[in-house]
Design a protein around this ligand. Structure first.
Ligand code: GLU
Length: 502
């Protein structure tokens, strides 16, 4: 039975790298008809950030990532929030102590700092472990009576893992293949802190075991911890799950990991939805608020570090689930490409049901106090969506359908205006009066007749007229716009334009 989990720590907003980890776990669970579990790893009280858990839930829900068990859902293996499981960790740390695989260490943080400094002054790095544990203050080096006294008097202490004597540890990663390290380089990590809480390493392993996790799929930053984790599994005599460490998401220039600062600096989001830091009140932008459809965001994100084995790019959640295979996840980091990200949204915008796009467009317009009917929004959205990547950009791009342009673009006037432009406009005003019905076909016919009769240059003529109607020399078919705004508004805009060209 495939059982995978996403195990975020509520230490802040979920970076897109974290969302991608959740997504690949989700694909893997669904593809293999397994279960997907959401566990909150909140044992590090000092890093807890209020609102982060809600943010994580909201982000994953926005992406359409669904869980089978977890906080807020429940399940056979709960509770799913680590701070509700502290009794369990105490039980399991005692097992390790009894087995001789963990020990009490009595140095205070200050004492450790002092020792670290002494090592540094000799040009060495301090590591609590195989080579020096017998010279330090712990239950391995001190006489049993003294250890008992310290424990009985509740002397502050931590519990460390006792890395087994120097041996080669071989670990297997489904993406990285086999990795070998000598246990001598692994330090005796703290498993239980003096505040009575387990560390990530203990809680994570105990939970993965008790929750029957078959595959641990997580970010590459955890790869260095893998040998330690395997040793802890072995110390418990537990079966080791399969591991897959996912490559980093890199900055667009490929130089380093995409960080939260890069987004603001380079003008794109690195978070799925926006986040306000509860302390600094600083607001970080999100893909959702930038106008991305969640389907486009998810599709884009899934292809950062994975491909379906062929050249398909636009894929629905179902198609990606169907195609997903861990062996197609790349070993090297994936560059985030903000232009490509926009392209994904562009494609989804073109594919989307026009009624939905129109409703979204209508809502955007009402934010700037322009109220239109759904039919009008459908008409304009259909004409204009191919020119934009986001619905909200339709407002700026298509504003001339609903509002008289505030000014006429001087550059366009300079480029297209001629000595005759004002006269053309005056002639057209007279012609327009007689066009009945005032529809695109009849307008085209009348304008083309005028063009032939006067033998004027089409480019200059149509752009002169277009600048009056649109405000500049761009936009869809002119007579379509004129029909939409109606005869009276067309006349008003041309009348106003005359003075510009004069
Ligand atoms: N709580 C860890 C994190 O947020 C989970 C790592 C893991 O999946 O093992 O990165």
């Amino acid at each position: 039975m495939v059982r995978v989990r996403f195990a975020p720590s509520p230490t802040g907003p979920l970076h897109i790298g974290g969302v991608r980890t959740a997504l690949y776990n989700y694909f893997f669970a669904r593809k293999n008809k397994g279960k997907f579990i959401l566990r909150i790893e909140d044992t590090d009280q000092s890093r807890y950030v209020s609102g982060a858990e809600e943010y994580i839930l909201e982000s994953l829900a926005w992406c359409g990532i669904q869980f089978d068990e977890g906080i807020n859902i429940g399940g056979e293996y709960g509770p799913y929030r680590q701070s509700d499981r502290t009794g369990i960790y105490r039980e399991y740390i005692n097992i390790l102590i009894q087995k001789g695989a963990a020990y009490y260490a009595f140095e205070t943080p200050d004492e450790l700092n002092q020792i670290r400094k002494e090592y540094e002054s000799r040009g060495e790095t301090f590591q609590y472990g195989i080579n020096n544990r017998m010279n330090l203050k712990n239950s391995l080096s001190l006489p049993a009576s003294e250890v008992k006294k310290l424990l009985d008097t509740s002397h502050p202490h931590v519990i460390r893992f006792k890395v087994p004597e120097a041996k080669e540890v071989t670990v297997n990663d489904l993406i990285r293949d086999e990795i070998k390290v000598n246990s001598i380089i692994i330090d005796d990590k703290v498993l239980f802190k003096s505040d009575g809480m387990p560390t990530y390493h203990l809680a994570n392993i105990v939970d993965d075991h008790l929750m029957k996790i078959s595959h641990v799929i997580r970010g590459e930053e955890w790869l260095p911890s893998l040998p330690l984790h395997v040793l802890i599994y072995q110390a418990f005599d537990w079966e080791v799950p399969e591991f897959a460490h996912l490559p980093l998401i890199l900055r667009p220039d490929g130089k380093g990991k995409l960080s939260k600062r890069d987004g603001d600096r380079l003008g794109f989001s690195v978070y799925p939805i926006s986040w306000q830091d509860p302390k600094t009140k600083e607001i970080y932008r999100g893909f959702r608020e930038d106008g991305y459809y969640s389907e486009a965001f998810v599709n884009m994100l899934a292809l950062l570090g994975w491909n379906p084995g062929d050249d398909r790019e636009i894929m629905s959640m179902e198609e990606m689930i169907e195609a997903f295979d861990l062996k197609d996840v790349h070993k090297s980091g994936a560059r985030f490409d903000p232009i490509k990200a926009r392209w994904f949204n562009h494609v989804y915008l073109q594919k989307r049901d026009i009624k939905l796009v129109a409703q979204e467009f209508k809502d955007e317009l009402s934010k700037v106090n322009i109220n239109v009917t759904l039919e009008e929004a459908v008409f304009v959205a259909e004409l204009m969506r191919e020119r934009v990547d986001f619905v909200k950009d339709l407002v700026t791009e298509a504003i001339f359908f609903f509002k008289t342009p505030e000014t006429l673009d001087p550059k366009a006037i300079k480029k297209w205006g001629t000595d005759n432009s004002a006269q053309w406009l005056k002639d057209i005003l007279l012609i327009i009066n007689d066009i009945e019905p005032f529809d695109s076909e009849k307008i085209d016919e009348a304008l083309n007749n005028y063009l032939k009769e006067k033998n004027v240059k089409a480019g200059n003529f149509f752009n002169t007229l277009r600048i009056c109607i649109v405000g500049t020399s761009k936009g869809p078919h002119l007579s379509t716009i004129m029909q939409f705004i109606g005869k009276q508004e067309t006349i008003n805009r041309i009348e106003r334009g005359i003075s510009y060209f004069e």
